[in-house]
Design a protein around this ligand. Structure first.
Ligand code: EPU
Length: 419
């Protein structure tokens, strides 16, 4: 297994270009199964989760062509399998996103149950119950969700919990259902708005994306389109924390500033001097140690759970005490134990991490347990004295494109040690 070796201590400086958003690319790739003709996507990030999704699309029979390494074309005309097998779902839970498209377009979908994962139980009951309300016959059998429906019918769906992929699956099911669907308590993440933009270009009739009530009028068919994936707000935010934790000054480019508000507010509170344009953000710490910040994670537009681990790393070296409360996932503090190995003073009390910042972390071998935990360990390594090696780095390759190249470009001493 590859490792990352980081020699910490250098303040980051320079500019870095943000990639397309993983969590928009995955549902948009599966949405292409709904179309009658090819879908052409740009700004698709080179990530392991994208590779897994492309494998899944190929497995169900979609034609995949890369044009000049810039565009990815999905031709859905040859779909002949209606299944997401365990082998693919077990490496990436987002495979469940084929459930809605396969069922609404082809009347059947057998998707392996994702099961729990490192950060929590992550059930899919809301996806399943929503499809049942739309008239689908759904059984759970031999570890598979088996869904059947000749024609889904529109329905009013009130989601018990705000769920991102649940909202996406149900929107993708509703676009080809008969009649109107209304999703209440829908997730409002920018990735949902990007997915809805794609579906609308294809011919779907959807109102209210980005609000808690989404109204969808089912249509007969959808057509192929071209689309460029929105920039990744979590990658954007992770680089800004990298600058803050090292006392550096960087500019992130090709981002969407309006999606970063909750994180920028916290970075400002931490002492970062922030200047912004529409598609760039500059953060300057002027060599200062950050101030510790209290955080409570919440669905968008609240503070993202996907940035919680990175702020735990920031608080570890910040001046003062702070509390970070995780409200979305029940087991998302595994990075705290690894940060302790670098000398962080953090204790976990239920769903809260209480930290007392230390002046310097000390490099040590640590192990990544999930994608965002691995990002937090890399950030901590950048701030630590001496050498940190982060093991099980395959987690980071699921969600950060060329992380070591981009960090090196900003002056970090980081290299990949192949297994
Ligand atoms: N939930 C249920 N029942 C359901 C679905 C969700 O109880 O049927 C609960 C979950 O257990 C959790 C909460 O609802 O407590 C929210 O989970 P959500 O469904 O929103 O998470 P997700 O859709 O599986 C997406 C992202 C995650 C991100 C979360 C929260 C994708 C592919 N994944 O997951 O991204 O953390 O939303 O914002 O969009 C990551 O990129 O590292 C990552 C984990």
């Amino acid at each position: 297994m590859d490792k990352l070796e980081i020699i910490g201590g250098s303040p980051l400086s320079g500019q870095v270009r943000i990639s397309g958003a993983k969590n928009a690319a995955l549902p948009i790739l599966t949405a292409s199964l709904l179309a009658d003709s090819p879908v052409i996507l740009e700004n698709i990030p080179h990530l392991n989760d994208v590779t897994t999704t492309v494998k899944l699309l190929r497995w169900v029979g979609a034609g995949i062509t890369f044009h000049d390494g810039v565009q990815l074309e999905v031709d859905p005309s040859g779909i002949s399998r209606f299944e997401a097998p365990y082998e693919l779902v077990k490496t990436m839970r987002a495979s469940v996103l084929v459930l809605g498209p396969l069922l609404s377009r082809y009347g059947q979908a057998d998707v392996s149950l994702p099961g729990g994962c490192a950060i929590g139980a992550r059930p899919v009951n809301i996806h399943v119950n929503g499809l049942r309300s739309m008239g689908a016959d759904v059984t759970i059998d031999n570890g598979y969700i088996r869904a059947r429906a000749k024609q889904l019918r529109g329905s009013r769906l009130v989601l018990d919990t705000v769920t991102v992929t649940g909202t996406e699956n149900l929107i993708m099911a509703a676009v080809l259902a008969k009649g109107e669907s209304v999703i209440e308590n829908a997730a409002k993440e920018p990735e949902i708005v990007d997915l809805v933009e794609v579906l609308s270009k294809m011919g779907a009739v959807i109102e209210g994306a980005g609000t808690e009530k989404i109204r969808i009028q089912g249509v007969e068919s959808l057509k192929g389109i071209e689309h460029s994936i929105l920039p990744d707000r979590i990658e954007s935010s992770t680089f800004l924390v990298a600058a803050a934790i090292t006392g550096g000054c960087i500019t992130i480019k090709r981002t969407r500033t309006e999606h970063l508000k909750a994180v920028l507010d916290k970075l400002n509170e931490a002492g970062g001097k922030i200047t912004t344009g529409n598609d760039w953000v500059k953060l300057d710490m002027s060599g200062q140690r950050p101030q510790a910040v209290d955080i409570i994670t919440a669905p968008y537009p609240g503070f993202p759970t996907d940035m919680q681990a990175q702020f735990c790393a920031l608080n570890s070296v910040a001046s003062g005490n702070a509390k970070i409360t995780e409200t979305i996932f029940e087991n998302r503090f595994q990075h705290a134990l690894e940060l302790q190995r670098l000398g962080a003073d953090i204790i976990i009390d239920g769903n809260t991490a209480i930290s007392c910042g230390v002046r310097r972390l000390k490099g040590a071998p640590v192990m990544a347990t999930d994608l965002r935990a691995s990002a937090s360990l890399v950030l901590a390594g950048l701030a630590a004295e001496g050498t940190t090696t982060v093991d099980r780095i395959y987690h980071i390759d699921r969600g950060y494109e060329c992380i070591e190249e981009k960090l090196s470009q900003l002056g970090a001493e980081i290299r990949r040690l192949p297994s």
